[in-house]
Design a protein. Structure first.
Length: 554
């Protein structure tokens, strides 16, 4: 029988087949499930929970019971239904954890100590450890060993490629126990998480409105801008600078910091994006993490000013008219500059006067920085958030390179729930074993005017039944109203169906985090997955319909 008194367990977790060993010692509460221990292990080893996992305890297999799990479900117990206390473990007992059945990270777990729980010991705490864990998708033990060997040699031909792939410079000896415990801790007021644009939508919208109504650029300022654009393209700074965040540039008028991302190193889209201030910095790292999986999200999350080079057909009529009015000509299929400001949730617009002056400075200074970098081969650009960056700043009339330490924002999770009367009505609904898919995506080709007449990108919010393969509800909303729209749609679906789902399945981690309070009140689990079959099929059909309609208009 499970012990009646909650216990705490000190566990030593060691990744097998790596020398010197990579290990963590952690104290966890006995009422923690194996599924919860999986989450703790992901934090201890800085993994992303992007793959399947499993446990073996006393010759019994435990794992997540879903259709993607490899194995016979009859032989596997649900790891979310069993706690450490219920396993009746003793000091000295061993069990086994496997993560990512491709890279196949095997972790031996030894129970070093069992004590009666006290109030102070209910949260997981990392006690000790050594060395950095292998990064996600590095290629198992052989890939990890190659990574370590390459990182040791500053001039290894693979080194820069691996750093760009990882997004940071891997140090196999690094171990930050304070950072791990910060991630393991639970704040009574709710977790602090990075929400690059959702949680601060109103703040961003106010800034965008002010920028859009600021005085336009003068003809002299526009000529200076396009002259800098031409020199930037001629200099090709992307040859010296990687496709990523390269340096920061201080606005000589305001002191505001802009974070620069040079485009073109991979031989595709050429240009420059400058993400301004703390909000822009958050946006840069959010959009950087999107990759090719969420390209449409750029339209609602990107917060920057920039230029890209393409064909004449890629310019709007207004952009072409502006270039023509200045008497400028550009020759070549990819020579036409599209200079735009991207405000999260809004249709891209032209730069105002202040933005034009600052972006002109950025174009000029990136060219100078590329020259400096080329002349200083030992200078390295960090590819990890919150690492010090080279900073170009104007001092006493001279541009110099200094150092700047940026920081990603941590904001308290907003709690958005239906009113108490609605919640009580929903709590009375029967709880089924069913699931509800929930997601949102933008429709950049169908702009709408907001209350002030400014064009916004409409966002579709949809819920669907993955078993019946049918949509259950859909709403169109604007960027700033996304969270209330999500709650409103869930309310409508519950009223229409007359039941509560057992599982709410989302594709976005931030959306799952935001819905945790609602899940706790209505007693449903929230699952984050890469694929929502029903919604993604409907989304693909809708986007195809829009494309066909656009072709007919042309």
């Amino acid at each position: 029988m499970p012990t009646a008194t909650p216990q705490t367990y000190e566990l030593k977790c060691t990744i097998l087949d790596i020398e010197p060993p990579i290990w963590r010692s952690v104290r966890v509460p006995g009422d923690l499930t194996l599924s919860g221990l999986h989450t703790v292990l992901q934090t201890l080893f800085s993994w992303d929970d992007a793959h399947l996992h499993g446990f073996i305890v006393k010759d019994v297999e435990y794992g997540p019971l879903d259709e993607d799990f490899e194995g016979d479900d009859d032989d596997i117990q649900d790891d979310s239904d069993v706690t450490l206390d219920s396993l009746e473990l003793t000091a000295g007992a061993k069990f086994h954890y496997t993560y990512d059945f491709g890279d196949n990270w095997e972790v031996d777990i030894v129970v070093e100590k069992i004590e009666e729980a006290t109030e102070e010991l209910l949260d997981p705490v990392c006690l000790a450890g050594e060395r950095a864990a292998p990064p996600e998708d590095v290629g198992g033990i052989p890939g990890y060993e190659n990574l370590v060997a390459v990182m040791k040699k500053k001039r290894h031909p693979q080194r820069r490629e691996l750093i760009e792939w990882l997004g940071y410079e891997f140090d196999p000896e690094e171990f930050d126990i304070d950072e791990i415990n910060e991630e393991l801790s639970f704040d009574e007021d709710g977790p602090l998480v990075m929400l690059p644009w959702i949680a601060r939508a109103q703040e961003r919208a106010a800034i965008a409105e002010a920028d859009a109504t600021a005085p336009d650029a003068t003809e002299e300022e526009l000529r200076a801008l396009f002259a800098a654009v031409a020199k930037y393209r001629e200099a090709k700074p992307w040859v010296a600078l990687p496709d990523d965040m390269n340096c920061a540039i201080a606005n000589p008028e305001t002191g505001e910091i802009g974070y620069c991302a040079v485009l073109g190193n991979f031989g595709e889209l050429e240009g420059l994006m400058v993400y301004r201030s703390e909000l822009g910095y958050d946006s840069l790292w959010y959009t950087k993490g999107l990759g090719s999986g969420e390209p449409l999200d750029l339209f609602i999350s990107q917060d920057c000013i920039g230029v890209t080079f393409g064909s004449r057909d890629e310019l709007s009529d207004e952009e072409h008219a502006q270039i023509k009015s200045l008497g400028l000509k550009f020759r070549g299929q990819t020579a036409w500059p599209a200079v735009r400001a991207f405000d999260p949730g809004f249709v891209p617009r032209r730069l105002n006067g202040a933005e034009t002056r600052y972006f002109t400075v950025c174009l000029e200074q990136i060219v100078e920085f590329a020259k400096e970098l080329k002349a200083t081969p030992d200078m390295e650009i960090p590819l990890d958030p919150e690492e010090p960056l080279p900073l170009r700043v104007l001092r006493d009339g001279v541009w110099v390179t200094d150092v700047h330490e940026p920081a990603l924002s941590l904001v308290e999770m907003p709690e958005i729930l239906p009113n108490s009367e609605v919640l009580e009505a929903f709590e009375a609904l029967p709880l089924t074993g069913g699931s509800l898919e929930l997601d949102f995506w933008p429709l950049p080709g169908m702009p709408l005017a907001d209350a002030n007449g400014k064009l916004v990108v409409p966002i579709i919010v949809m819920g669907a039944d993955p078993v019946a393969n049918v949509p259950l509800g859909m709403q169109t909303t604007a960027f700033v109203d996304l969270l209330p729209a999500v709650i409103s749609l869930i309310e409508k679906i519950l009223r229409d169906v007359g039941m509560r789902p057992q599982h709410l399945i989302v594709r976005r981690e931030e959306l799952g985090e935001l819905l945790l309070p609602l899940g706790a009140r209505l007693d449903f689990d929230i699952e984050v997955t890469d694929v929502l079959p029903t919604i993604m099929e409907i989304q693909a059909g809708l986007l195809q319909h829009i494309m066909e309609a656009d072709l007919e208009e042309e």
